[in-house]
Design a protein around this ligand. Structure first.
Ligand code: NAD
Length: 290
């Protein structure tokens, strides 16, 4: 097992944290049963994936899901200590995971991480644009600074990510991009969080637009729309009456778990979803069915 930190002559801050560990050759975790799960595993074996916002919540569950199914994963975030720890823990379990610093609103950092991934692993097959922040402010409460910051991360960050990986995916014959939108990318919710709704609605349509543009070049682009998921993003409302409002408003009567989103992301990333592009997949305990 090898461990590397910010070497190879780069001075970019984006590459300050860069960990590289290799699944021991002796490990043979894949069954040969021709089950649906095995089809998905075949779809991810040998694939290289980049996940943003990967240090915690849905992102860290996604790194685990992709790695469990055979992908080499570059987990990226701005929370370097948590990202380091995630990579260390998963590698200790035999996964092939590295961590790199990436603020998704920085085009320069995107370029650095994608270049480094290609240099080290040869190609990028999967991008999960998961990084995101939340707000509660309505139209009148939102500030220009708050709006600009959220849009830079949740919306511009998704575009920059697609822009960074698509040239390589095209050259490679294809790839799969999964963009995290939300139930609030499709409906107005509680009338709060104007910037969040704007960004998630944009992610939904950027997904469809890019899906059409690159369909004939083998690049699939789909969006995932979680309902209320029990992650640090909901920390501010946990234990408040609003948590009960979310639970009561969800037909399944509970919050979702990060792994319940990660499994769907892994499916869309894999060749098992080879005829899916431009799709919006709701994973919300029935919320949008109402
Ligand atoms: P989370 O807050 O637990 O994790 C988000 C991650 O994004 C964090 O690790 C954070 O450090 C990272 N991040 C923030 N700004 C960043 C930046 N500029 N560059 C790179 N990384 C950055 O949230 P989560 O619940 O796991 O959310 C993951 C995604 O799912 C988000 O896009 C979110 O909008 C979406 N989502 C979440 C819910 C939910 O209920 N939790 C519902 C619908 C959609």
């Amino acid at each position: 097992m090898e461990f590397e930190r910010g070497t190879k002559g780069t001075s970019a801050r984006a590459l300050r944290h860069w960990h590289w560990r290799v699944r021991p050759a002796s490990m043979a975790p894949y069954s040969t049963d021709a089950t649906g799960v095995e089809i998905m595993l075949k779809g991810l074996r040998g694939k290289v994936a980049i996940v943003t916002g990967a240090a915690r919540g849905i992102g860290s569950a996604t790194v685990r899901a992709l790695a469990d199914e055979g992908a080499a994963v570059v987990a990226t975030d701005v929370l370097d200590d948590e990202g380091d720890a995630l990579a260390r823990d998963l590698c200790a379990e035999g996964a092939n995971v590295r961590y790199a610093h990436l603020d998704v609103s920085s085009e320069e950092q995107w370029r650095a991480v994608v270049d480094r991934t290609v240099a080290e692993l040869g190609h990028v097959d999967v991008l999960v644009n998961n990084a995101g922040i939340g707000t509660m402010e309505d139209v009148e409460q939102e500030t220009r600074a708050g709006w600009d910051r959220l849009i830079a991360i949740n919306q511009t960050g998704v575009w920059l990510g697609m822009k960074a990986v698509i040239p390589g995916m095209k050259a490679n014959g294809g790839g799969s991009i999964v963009n995290l939108s939300s139930i609030f990318g499709a409906v107005g919710g509680f009338g709060s969080s104007i910037a969040y709704h704007a960004s998630k609605g944009a992610v939904r349509l950027m997904t469809k637009n890019a899906a059409i543009r690159y369909a004939k070049e083998g690049v699939r682009v789909n969006s995932v729309h979680p309902g209320f998921i029990d992650t640090p993003m909901l920390a501010a409302v946990k234990g408040t009456p609003f948590e009960q409002t979310m639970v009561d408003g969800t037909p399944m009567g509970r919050l979702g778990r990060p792994d319940e989103i990660a499994g769907v992301i892994a499916f869309l990333a894999s060749d098992a979803a080879s005829y899916m592009t431009g799709s919006e997949v709701y994973v919300d305990g029935g919320w949008t069915a109402q």
